[in-house]
Ligand binder design. Structure first.
Ligand code: GLA
Length: 731
């Protein structure tokens, strides 16, 4: 299928439908990167390794090693022996000396893709994906390095990961283990990344790549609100439709680094992996370390194609939940409705009113356990607060079910409040540095998930509640970033393992949850969208995108999120106005139209909103039922972007068979004397005739794409409109 080895040239050729990736092996066994880009017909390009060129000495086997290592395009760079660019692997031997260098020994090509033990990773059947293992050895350290490449043919994606095995008799320390490296000649690349803050996640940023190292990273213990485990190198002319894009996305939920470096020879090295800051891992004799996976995607048709490749890839090969292709229930969450101030009666009132409008699930958010009436206590005490839920949880769930709604619940299992029975009993279960007061954030500490008993406790707390009532959905929250990383569980030379062990603990918890409750709808969340990453998608088909529910702020947040992720996983709700974060007032219809480009639900007190707003809910619910299949499974096209200084924002979703199109247009600021604007659609079948449902007008696909549609009738700021076109042949 997609992977070939040209024995004579010693070149591996990895092909997806539209891309090729070439790896070459030198006579000494260095594994070099030849090419990544548009699909090639044959395994050529070996000269790009430049093994005979200045500054190398011409004699192949007596290279001037320093110059060689500092310029050779490496598939996976190592530190300490002469490559001064960013290393992907730094190893300290038993003497404390850093240096590593490995050589090709053999390889294997297999159908399908094996799982990565303890880590989230993409999956696929034989026929969908093929995997290459390149086995290499550092004979001095007796360290074996396996470079893995999985080729997802249809989605134009190649995933990489790295496994290390100590086959020697002495211990060593891994000081840095990245997951992927991409060496290329510079083509005036620009770097595209996502940055943000709490309530302002994943805004797109683009800047020229300059000499030196530029990176996005997190040392916060999670993938973070601030920077995203993604980078793209793009040629300068790149837009939504044109230009070359090399995307790298990390399947990991903890500290990361995503870095591009431009060096003295105009070579670029892009790397991605676990952030080496505070990282060190003891690799004992016979031990194995598995690094997380990186997703590589190449598009020569701009960002739009990259987004669609990733959307398909995540839907088909990362999200395991049975919900991935299923319609999600329309939920109403009580957080912005009541905050901590609720009880059984209040929740039932919301449920009754919600039912009348066609809402399908009630989610009880924070505040139902311990004595939690504000955010300063009780995390860890996962026992129902019967002062609030007077007849108990099961009875509440049964009553909600009787009303005709499913029931969902909120947890924050990774945390421990200083004011909790759990902390009083097990103060040693919080991460702490000996002698230092633990830093509080939202008045909470972090559970030391490197301790198996803390993992077991957290798991049982959640599972016990889920076993006790008919609970269909869990919102798994995580509301602070990590610091004070220390534990008495590990000796001093292993404290550097804790941040990664914490992430492994989170993965273990969620794996157990999805195994025991396979039909549970799990939504991850972290103070809004601080742990929105491909790793979490392996466990949950949807992630709460941001605590900012303002429809206008959401335009940029959802644009940046949909840059990489399918709309079906973007948690989006209609909330009340003035908005609780930015105090902006927007029309109820616009809030609905923006939330429709996500999982769709409500986050307001339906018993208190105006009659005028409430009356719109059944209409919005109908709209969701009508379009959800499109939004969930269709192809996403970004048409205009408010973040690029347009007065409006516009996107469309086209069904895979190109017979249906839903266009959403939001006018952010009204412009004087501007009565209409023309929007050119994308991705349609040009010869097909489409009917605009609202008016019955007919248009040809090429007409809609070349002439466009005229958007008019939007009067005032924050107004929006949906246009639904259907192939006229469909009747
Ligand atoms: C986080 C979440 C919110 C809400 C609160 C509850 O901030 O993002 O949606 O669940 O926690 O404390």
């Amino acid at each position: 299928m997609g992977i070939y080895f040209e024995e004579e040239k010693k070149i591996f050729k990895l092909d997806t439908e539209n891309t090729s990736y070439l790896i070459g092996v030198t006579e000494e066994g260095y594994v070099g990167h030849i090419y990544y880009g548009k699909r090639l017909s044959a395994a050529g390009g070996g000269y790009l390794l430049r093994t005979g060129e200045y500054p190398f000495t011409p004699s192949v086997l007596k290279r001037e090693k320093g110059a060689f290592l500092d310029t050779f395009p490496m598939e996976y760079s190592t530190g300490g022996v002469g490559d001064y660019r960013e290393s992907c692997l730094d190893v300290k031997n038993f003497m404390g000396q850093t240096g590593c260098e490995f050589f090709y020994r053999s390889h294997e090509i297999v159908e399908g893709k094996p799982v990565l033990k303890g880590l989230p990773a993409s999956f696929g059947e034989s026929g969908e994906v093929e995997t290459l293992f390149i086995y290499c050895e550092d004979p001095v350290l007796d360290l074996w390095v396996t470079l893995s490449y999985s080729v997802f043919f249809r989605e134009d994606v190649i995933t990489r990961n790295v496994k290390l095995e100590n086959k020697g008799t002495s211990r060593m320390f891994l000081e840095k283990v990245y997951s992927a490296c991409l060496d290329m000649d510079n083509r005036d690349f620009e770097m595209v990344s996502l940055h943000g803050s709490w309530v302002r996640e994943r805004h797109i940023q683009r800047c020229a790549l300059s000499y030196g190292r530029q990176n996005m990273s997190s040392v916060r213990g999670e993938s973070s609100h601030q920077e995203h485990p993604f980078l793209a190198l793009v040629t300068p002319e790149t837009t939504q439709e044109q230009g070359e894009v090399y995307g790298m996305h990390f399947v990991y939920s903890g500290n990361f680094i995503a870095q591009a470096e431009l060096n003295q020879f105009d070579q670029v090295r892009a790397v991605m992996g676990i952030n080496p800051s505070q990282f060190s891992w003891l690799l004992a004799p016979r031990a194995v370390f598995q690094a997380p996976e990186t997703v590589l995607v190449y598009s020569d048709e701009g960002f739009g194609k990259m987004s669609r490749c990733l959307h398909d890839f995540y839907r088909n090969h990362m999200i395991r939940s049975p919900y991935v292709l299923k319609k999600r229930p329309i939920l109403i969450n009580n957080w912005e409705a009541t905050y901590f101030d609720f009880n059984t009666e209040k929740l039932l009132d919301i449920a009754r009113e919600a039912k009348k409008s066609g809402i399908e699930m009630l989610v009880m958010d924070d505040g139902w356990f311990g004595k939690r009436n504000n955010d300063n206590c009780s995390l860890g005490d996962w026992v129902v607060n019967e002062e609030k839920l007077t007849t108990g949880l099961k009875d509440l769930v049964d009553q909600v079910n009787e009303i005709g709604l499913e029931f969902g619940i909120w947890f924050e299992p990774e945390m421990i409040s200083p004011d909790s029975d759990l902390y009083r009993k097990h103060p040693e279960w919080a991460f702490r540095i000996l002698g230092r007061e633990i830093t509080q954030s939202r008045e909470q500490y972090v559970l030391d998930l490197s301790r198996q008993e803390a993992v077991n406790y957290a798991y049982e707390s959640v599972a016990k509640i889920l076993r006790s009532a008919n609970i269909a959905y869990v919102k798994w929250d995580m509301n602070r970033q990590l610091c004070d990383i220390g534990t008495v569980m590990y000796p001093c030379d292993r404290q550097g393992e804790l941040l990664h062990r914490y992430v492994l603990g989170v993965y273990q918890l969620q794996e157990r949850l999805v195994q025991e409750f396979p039909n549970l709808l799990l939504e991850n969340c972290s103070g809004g969208g601080a742990r929105f990453d491909p790793g979490m998608l392996y466990y949950s088909p949807q992630i709460w995108c941001s605590d900012d529910t303002d429809a206008i702020e959401r335009l940029r947040i959802q644009e940046g999120t949909a840059f990489l992720y399918p709309l079906s996983c973007i948690g989006a709700h209609v909330s009340d106005c003035p908005n609780h974060t930015v105090h902006r007032v927007t029309p109820f219809s616009t809030r609905g139209n923006v939330a429709l480009a996500g999982t769709f639900g409500y986050e307001l007190d339906i018993t208190k909103i105006s009659e005028e707003d409430r009356k719109q809910i059944p209409e919005q619910v109908k709209q969701y039922h009508k379009y959800s299949h499109l939004i969930q499974n269709g192809d996403y096209y970004r048409i205009a972007s408010w973040s690029e200084k347009k007065p409006y924002d516009c996107w469309a979703v086209v069904s895979k068979d190109k017979k249906e199109v839903l266009v959403t247009c939001v006018q952010v600021l009204a412009r004087p004397n501007m009565h209409s604007y023309c929007i050119r659609l994308k991705g349609l079948d040009q010869g097909q005739q489409y009917c605009l449902e609202e008016t019955g007008e007919k248009f040809y696909g090429d007409e809609l794409m070349q002439c466009g549609i005229l958007v008019s009738g939007l009067e005032g700021d924050f107004q929006s409109k949906l246009y639904y076109f259907k192939s006229c042949l469909e009747g």
